[in-house]
Design a binder for this molecule. Structure first.
Ligand code: FES
Length: 436
């Protein structure tokens, strides 16, 4: 029985019980209490640019459609479920439509979810009245809101407004968007890569800000790249591939000085003044365009903002320095879909987009030089945690060195501070009377 007391036993100050990763009942409760109440990232405005454009995704276990209304241009998030007998309406990951028609009995719907037509309606008491009955419409997700084009939805009728939920992570979304000289970003193509991770969703959310693993898990790639860069000489410019991969061969000191910041509600980020992307070169014509758009001081502020992997807990990670996002979609207690989407900075030279695409291919893709290392570790961790010979997962590194800084806490880059913060938020969501 998963009482609040039983759940509290699973989260210590510096450790969590293995059940949080492998108990299907806990997974179901997470889908209701975390993914069923928090603001979950659904998609970016530019993923549905025109009337009738849609993408399909999930909020926890609920299949949903994000669609731009053909009449009003508004973005809706709808349950992907027919109002008649529940058939999933949109099968494809994306498309453009004038409405949704169910393949089973042919009920049709407008892009705002309203019932448009029922074939051969004879036998219903009042086919016209059906159009006003909520149970026959495609259900709209209770709360949908956006911040600078990033759409989030919540399955809960009530809760904090989106901007209060996002808190300081808004600054990362601002920075990603402001890196465009026009203050606009657009998704490039469709999803850049999507893969199934054979492990719990929290493995990925932790890995995003785990600064202790690159030197080991990615050590071979990092060391080989560093050895190659050494042959170039100090003043030589690096080939783009080496520039992208080289920081993954950084030292523990390098990652420590990057720093960690833990925010309310389980959000967090690495870096700030320094990140993996700090030393990436910027084309002169881009700097010129940014200076012209924002002026010298503001341009400097935007380009020196160096957060690495801001996590908007639990569903989104933003890498403003390489204009990409990663999206978390839990499927089962030991199965998670991870998506990477990359953005074009509108008004910026193509060289920046080329580097972003290169980064996605070299670092994030399932066939890349870095991502498979992590996948292997997630897989092994999920299997290792099936053992009941040791019930605990440790997060005690730098446990006594957290620095309070107002609404946030900070620590060195290799601190476990952010994991402790994630699990306090987890416990807050999971126990009914707690405030995450
Ligand atoms: Fe959709 Fe019958 S289940 S029309």
């Amino acid at each position: 029985m998963l009482t609040d007391e039983a759940l509290a036993q699973l989260v210590g100050e510096t450790r969590v019980h293995r059940r949080v990763y492998n108990d299907p009942d806990i997974f179901d409760l997470e889908m209701a209490r975390i993914w069923g109440t928090a603001w979950i990232f659904v998609g970016h405005d530019s993923m549905v640019p025109g009337p009738g454009d849609f993408i399909t995704t999930t909020i926890g276990k609920q299949p949903v459609i994000m669609v731009r209304d053909t009449a009003s241009g508004e973005v809706h998030v709808l349950a992907n479920r027919c109002g008649h007998r529940g058939v999933k309406l949109a099968q494809r990951s994306h498309g453009t439509t004038r409405g949704f028609r169910c393949p089973y009995h042919g009920w049709s719907y407008r892009t705002n979810g309203a019932l448009a037509g029922v074939p051969h309606p004879k036998g219903y008491d009042s086919p016209n009245a059906m159009r006003a009955e909520p149970c026959y419409q495609i259900k709209q997700i209770p709360r949908v809101d956006s911040y600078r084009g990033f759409y989030f939805a919540s399955l809960a009728e009530d809760g904090p407004p989106l901007e209060a939920f996002l808190g300081d992570t808004k600054a990362t979304i601002d920075n990603l968007t402001d890196r465009s000289p026009e203050g606009r970003i657009e998704v490039v193509g469709k999803v850049s890569n999507r893969f199934v991770q054979p492990s719990n969703w929290k493995n990925f959310v932790e890995n995003l800000v785990d600064a202790m693993h690159p030197m080991v898990a990615h050590g071979a790639t990092g060391k080989a790249t560093a050895a190659y860069v050494d042959t170039l000489g100090e003043d030589a410019s690096k080939p783009p591939e080496a520039e992208v991969i080289h920081p993954f061969g950084g030292s523990y000191d390098f990652f420590d000085t990057m720093g960690q910041t833990a925010l309310p509600l389980g959000h967090n980020y690495m870096g700030g003044e320094k990140s993996i992307f700090s030393h990436y070169g910027l084309p002169d014509d881009y700097v010129d365009a940014m200076r012209e758009a924002y002026g010298e001081e503001r341009m400097h502020d935007i380009l020196s903002f160096n957060r690495h992997n801001t996590t908007v807990y639990p569903s989104l990670a933003v890498r403003d320095g390489v204009q990409s996002i990663r999206v978390v979609r839990p499927v089962a207690v030991d199965e998670t879909i991870i998506e990477t989407w990359v953005f074009r900075l509108v008004g910026a030279p193509k060289a920046l987009l080329d580097r972003t695409l290169l980064y996605s291919r070299l670092i994030n893709a399932p066939g890349s030089m870095v991502g498979p290392d992590d996948l292997d570790c997630y897989y092994r961790m999920q299997r290792g945690l099936m053992s009941d010979l040791n019930d605990w997962v440790d997060f005690s590194r730098f446990a006594h060195d957290d620095q309070d800084a107002g609404h946030k806490k900070t620590g060195v880059g290799t601190s476990d501070l952010v994991f402790r913060n994630q699990y306090q938020a987890w416990l807050g969501y999971m126990t009914e009377n707690a405030n995450p």
